[in-house]
Design a binder for this molecule. Structure first.
Ligand code: IPE
Ligand code: IPE
Ligand code: MG
Length: 235
């Protein structure tokens, strides 16, 4: 049977820097255009009635970039949130952030918390933004949560199974992604959602994130519709 459409799409938004370089501009311009692309894709995904979208905005490893670039990305996250939250809210989008917030500025943490708070009762698209996210951190954090649960007597050691561990992950209450899109030409996962993508269909495209558009998105959906998902079975 053909897959009609994915319920959950995850995107590794890669290629901002190379795109800017190709335009003879500085990386900052690539990140700014990348933010506009993200805004556009949220609209397209929403209008396709897809229920869950996870966007990889900043990885644990991205902390290792030059200080100036990290600073400008953080500033861009604050500004984008400030500018977009009202429209997202009025479009019924429910926003959640996944990742290790500890090293983010207080200002950004407050904006994130506020966005989550004001959109909590929305019933449209579930938008998860992975910020300072790494899948190894996510799994480790979930294991720590399980250990605490056992220590506090809320969990029985004998009952710990895949479902219980999953529920402690950052996307614990979301279904696993059906489709993962990575732009920018690299065919790797870069520490994104390792646990959750065990059976996800993978779509890699060469187009750089700032140029990703409705046409590219429909190519990805078309690719997905042709996959036969077996989940290990023989039929
Ligand atoms: C993705 O674009 C954005 C982030 C990782 C924050 P890049 O900045 O990685 O752009 P390239 O891959 O260097 O072109
Ligand atoms: C992956 O892109 C992370 C995000 C898009 C946020 P990177 O540019 O950091 O990945 P690598 O370094 O090419 O693996
Ligand atoms: Mg990159």
């Amino acid at each position: 049977m053909k897959n009609i459409k994915p319920d959950h799409i995850a995107i590794i938004m890669d290629g901002n820097g190379r795109w800017a370089c190709g335009q003879k501009r500085i990386r900052r311009y690539g990140h700014e255009q990348g933010a506009l692309t993200a805004k556009n894709i949220v609209k397209i995904v929403s209008s396709n009635k897809i229920k869950h979208l996870t966007l990889y905005a900043f990885s644990s490893e991205n902390w290792g970039r030059p200080t100036q670039e990290v600073k400008l990305l953080m500033k861009l996250f604050v500004e984008t949130l400030e500018n977009e939250i009202d429209e997202l809210n009025s479009n019924n989008v429910k926003m959640r952030f996944i990742g290790d917030r500890e090293n983010l500025s207080k200002k950004l943490q407050d904006k994130m918390q506020n966005a989550e708070k004001i959109t909590i009762d929305n019933t449209g698209l579930n938008l998860y933004v992975a910020l300072a996210y790494g899948a190894r951190w996510d799994i480790l954090n979930a294991i720590k949560g399980v250990i605490t649960g056992v220590k506090e007597g809320k969990l029985d050691k004998q009952e710990i199974d895949e479902n219980i561990l999953s529920s402690y992950l950052q996307l614990g209450d979301a279904p696993d992604p059906d489709l993962l899109i990575r732009t920018g030409g690299e065919k790797r996962i870069s520490n994104f959602l390792l646990w959750n993508i065990a059976y996800t269909e993978l779509f890699f495209c060469d187009c750089l994130w700032p140029e990703f558009n409705e046409k590219e998105f429909s190519n990805a959906l078309n690719f997905y519709s042709k996959r036969k998902r077996r989940f290990g079975s023989s039929v």
